[in-house]
Design a protein around this ligand. Structure first.
Ligand code: PMP
Ligand code: GLU
Length: 395
């Protein structure tokens, strides 16, 4: 008798590497080990007061019942205005739905777009969850190898060749990129959109880091470019920019027939994003918090500058400057070669021997690299770098 057992699809789903590493670091900390975690990317700032207060008020006023599956109409309308003001995107409220985090938005998007067996192109380095999310939608993830020598932005010819090779029907984009921090120029992105148009691909564009930019980088959404809007679903929100990580909110925007389909799916698998969190998200949309945002931007900028300087003089390591998000994808290939180690082993040794949690690049299809999240205090980062240096300089 077999009893119950997980099916073949679920067996293909691995646990999120970023969350697993953070859980491991948290468990070590609980045992009293002074581990420094640059694992999962979660800002160290609190959720801004007015946003948290809106959640509290929702509870106090009894705003705690089901909402429409696709979200409170007022929030969908506010989302459309926010997407226009922030990224120049042109959506009607009915083309914007509220999901329970970017992860859930990606899931609804893929569930509505992927036909069983469809190959879906994912550009490496890619955020850990994309292949699993495609698999969950019964698609087949097809990962295009990373191009570190091109600043981690693929050119159109490489993408077109990969689409043809795999027979891909869709492409997942993520700029600013987690883990590389890459931000393409408008022309580079237009070239990718042109490939999508030519080869009739849909695009799912994960823009959750769209407002976290450095060195004058500008975020452009493929949906804002000619030929982009009609084939793109945009995932966006406040998870990272406003530390709404635990609130589980996001926007999914795109052509209405697809958003309607996503709404029908959400109505069956989730119902609605948390009502209290939707009230908080409405405040995030409507109440500008310039001081809070400037403080964050300044802090991230400082940490990034610190890392760029520190990494420039650690033997065997190099850091190509990230232009967005809050990750440093450290090139540890020289160190790995010198030691005969891969990135997974180096990350394990860093944790076991130096009590420093980082994510191996292999989790993002960037073998030989190590991802450091700099969404932690400068003090933590200084300590992390001294541990990393001790590891790299050890004979
Ligand atoms: N996309 C990217 C690129 C991410 O780094 C993350 C991590 N939080 C997510 C999506 C998921 O975000 P959320 O917490 O809103 O589900
Ligand atoms: N997205 C963050 C990261 O890449 C948080 C962890 C996760 O959701 O996987 O670290």
């Amino acid at each position: 008798m077999a009893g119950i057992a997980p099916n073949a699809r679920s067996r293909r789903i691995e646990e999120s590497a970023t969350l697993a590493i953070s859980a491991q670091a948290a468990a070590m900390r609980q045992r009293g080990v002074d581990v420094v975690s640059l694992g999962a990317g979660e800002p160290d700032f609190p959720t801004p007061g007015p946003i948290a207060a809106a959640g509290i008020q929702a509870i106090e006023q009894g705003n705690t019942r089901y909402t429409a599956a696709a979200g409170v109409p007022k929030l969908r309308a506010a989302g459309a205005r926010w997407l226009r003001a922030t990224f120049g995107l042109d959506y009607e409220p009915a083309e914007v739905m509220v999901c329970a985090g970017a992860k859930a938005a990606l899931h609804m998007a893929l569930a509505a777009l992927v036909e069983p067996g469809d190959p879906v192109l994912i550009l490496a380095p890619h955020w850990v969850s994309y292949p699993a999310l495609v698999t969950m939608a019964d698609g087949v993830p097809a990962v295009v190898p990373a191009v570190p020598e091109q600043g981690f932005v693929h050119d159109a010819a490489t993408i077109a060749a990969a689409v043809r090779r795999h027979g891909a029907r869709g492409l997942v984009l993520n700029f600013p990129n987690n883990p590389s921090g890459a931000v393409p120029t408008r022309a580079q992105l237009q070239a990718i959109v042109d490939v999508a148009r030519e080869l009739d691909l849909w695009l799912v564009s994960d823009e959750i880091y769209g407002t976290l930019l450095y060195d004058g980088a500008v975020h452009v959404s493929p949906a804002a470019l000619p030929g982009g809007r009609e084939r793109t679903l945009v995932v966006s929100g406040f998870t990272k920019s406003h530390t709404m990580t635990g609130w589980r909110t996001s926007f999914l925007a795109g052509p209405q027939p697809v958003i309607d389909a996503c709404g029908r799916i959400q109505s069956q698998v989730l119902g609605n994003a948390c009502t209290i969190s939707q009230a908080a998200m409405l405040t995030a949309c409507e109440v500008p918090l310039p001081d809070d945002q400037a403080r964050r931007q300044r802090a991230f900028g400082e940490r990034r500058a610190f890392l760029l300087e520190a990494l420039a003089d650690i033997p065997g390591l190099a850091l190509p400057a990230p232009r967005g998000a809050f990750y440093a994808l450290v090139d540890a290939r020289a160190l790995g070669r010198a030691r005969g180690l891969d990135d997974v082993t180096m990350a394990r040794q860093l944790l076991e021997q130096h009590r420093l949690a980082v994510v191996p690049g292999s989790a993002f299809a960037a073998p030989g690299f190590l991802r450091l999240s700099y969404a932690v205090s400068l003090d933590q980062l200084r300590e992390a770098i001294s541990r990393l240096r001790a590891y790299a300089e050890a004979k």
